[in-house]
Structure formats: structure tokens, C-alpha cells
Design a protein around this ligand. Structure first.
Ligand code: NAP
Length: 248
């Protein structure tokens, strides 16, 4: 029996990078996967086809995770389409970097809405069915930047640090219903998000990583697979880093 056989997962931001790797890992482990995207329609459709070719049920949904109403509609539709939700991965995230002197209110709001409010939106709407089932695993994608902070990323660091408090609170609220909630804190992972950084910033990051290489999206997905599965049945309220020893 595969690790996630019989389970249904929602992954937000599954059209690229870490979210796409999580969706693939979960499908390979036998899960049915509903995943969202915002603008990468073609990529999302290709990933949907790839996942289906692994023999599981899979569907891509265009849904803005920062919208409470869209999250509510998404969860309702996924429950109709898939019957239940065992695993929620709050992965969707963006950066709008700027030094505080130059950061606009819009840059602040956009990052907080997409990275933090989205976690509330999706959790709020998934939690009832998980509580009824007395089973569930919620995985929130944070960042080592939420632990350390980073110049030019006050908005991003605040959104990712907020996830830690949210995660521990949900773990405490939902523990008696056997619903687990954990945070994952990746370091510097090779995706479109880090591709945007200039070479100088990349070199500075690399110099500080004890393992002297960037991480791969699949290495973050491996941890998510563990947290989604019953192998982590007594792990809740934790933050686990995937960062090549950057955060230790
Ligand atoms: P990425 O390659 O830029 O992909 C971001 C994904 O999020 C895309 O699928 C995108 O959809 C989706 N998305 C963005 N805004 C959305 C919204 N409002 N609603 C729904 N989906 C939305 O990013 P990544 O590097 O894989 O990062 C994934 C997560 O890991 C993020 O939360 C990020 O903060 C976190 N993280 C990344 C790193 C890293 O080094 N890469 C390190 C630490 C933490 P579209 O394709 O449709 O735009």
C-alpha cells in the first residue's frame, strides 16, 4: 500500500515550483490531488494531466488563495468533486521585496494577503470536514526568513513568521480532534521565486549555506509527504526546516 493511498489533498499554488513538486510527490504516493493556480493556466493543465497519468484523480482549480470567498467556493467544490479532504497544503506565496523606506502599502498588503491571510482562508474552510472525520493534516509553507528576518523582505518575513503562531494555535485547538498542523520552513530552494534574485544576492545566500548548495523543490516535497502521511501521526505544532543547515 502506498503512503497516501485513499487520501485526498489540496495544494495551493501547485502550478509551479515547490507546490508542483508536492502535488507530484503526493500523486506518486497514491493521493488524489486537487491543486490551485492563479495565472499559470497552461502549466496547471499539463500538471493535471501528468498527475492523472499516475493513476490518481487530479484536478487544477483557478482560485485566488488570498480571497476568503474564493477559498470558500474552492473547498465546497473540492468536497463535491473528491468527497473529502485529508490533507491541506497552504503553499501559495509571493514576494514583493523592497527596503522599508521604499515599501509601499500595496506591497505590504499584497504579501500579507497572499502568504498569511490565505492560510487562514483555506484552513477555516477545510477544518470543519477534517474535524468531523477526526483526521487531517495541515501543512503551512513558511520560510527560514520568518525565523531570521531579511533586509528588504519585512513584508515577506512578517507573513512567514505569522504562520508559526497560526500553526501552533491550530495544532492546540484541533489536537483533540486528531487534526494535525505543522509548518515547513524552506531555506533557499531553486524555483522561479529565487530565479528572480540578482546574482550578488544569490552568491551571498549560497555562502551562508553550510551544505553549499541550493535546495530542490522535491526535497521540500519529501518532508511534506512525511507530514501528510500517517508516518507523522504524532507530529503536530512543529516547524521543520529544509535548508541545508542554514537554520541551526
Ligand atoms: P513560485 O515558483 O513562485 O510558485 C508560486 C506558486 O504560488 C505558483 O503556483 C503560483 O500560481 C501560486 N500563487 C501565487 N499567488 C497565488 C494566489 N494568490 N492564489 C493561488 N496561488 C497563488 O514559488 P515557490 O518558490 O515554489 O514557493 C512556494 C512557497 O514556498 C511559497 O509560499 C514561498 O514563500 C515558499 N518558500 C519558497 C522558498 C524558495 O526558496 N523558493 C523558500 C522558502 C519558502 P501561478 O503559477 O498561477 O502564478
Amino acid at each position: 500500500m502506498k503512503l497516501l493511498e485513499g487520501k485526498v489533498a489540496i495544494v495551493t499554488g501547485g502550478s509551479r515550483g515547490i507546490g508542483a513538486a508536492i502535488a507530484k510527490h503526493f500523486a506518486e504516493a497514491g493521493a488524489d490531488v486537487a491543486f490551485t493556480y492563479l495565472s499559470s493556466e497552461e502549466r496547471a493543465k499539463n500538471i493535471e494531466a501528468d498527475l492523472k497519468s499516475l493513476g490518481v484523480n487530479a484536478k487544477a482549480y483557478k482560485s485566488n488563495a488570498s480571497s476568503y470567498a474564493e477559498a470558500e467556493a474552492l473547498v465546497k467544490t473540492v468536497l463535491e468533486d473528491f468527497g473529502k479532504i485529508d490533507v491541506l497544503v497552504n503553499n501559495a506565496g509571493i514576494t514583493r521585496d523592497n527596503l522599508m523606506l521604499r515599501m509601499s502599502e500595496e506591497q505590504w498588503d499584497e504579501v500579507i494577503q497572499t502568504n498569511l491571510k490565505s492560510v487562514f482562508n483555506l484552513t477555516k474552510h477545510c477544518i470543519r470536514s477534517m474535524m468531523r472525520a477526526r483526521s487531517g493534516s495541515i501543512i503551512n509553507m513558511s520560510s527560514v526568513v520568518g525565523v531570521f528576518g531579511n533586509a528588504g523582505q519585512a513584508n515577506y518575513a512578517a507573513s512567514k513568521a505569522g504562520i508559526f503562531g497560526f500553526t501552533k494555535s491550530i495544532a492546540k485547538e484541533m489536537g483533540s480532534r486528531n487534526v494535525r498542523c505543522n509548518a515547513v520552513a524552506p531555506g533557499f530552494i531553486e524555483t522561479d521565486m529565487t530565479e528572480e534574485l540578482d546574482e550578488k544576492t544569490k552568491e551571498a545566500f549560497l555562502a551562508g549555506i553550510p551544505m553549499k548548495r541550493l535546495g530542490q523543490a522535491s526535497e521540500v516535497a519529501d518532508l511534506c509527504l512525511f507530514l501528510a502521511s500517517d508516518m507523522s501521526s504524532y507530529v503536530s505544532g512543529q516547524t521543520i526546516s529544509v535548508c541545508g543547515a542554514l537554520n541551526c
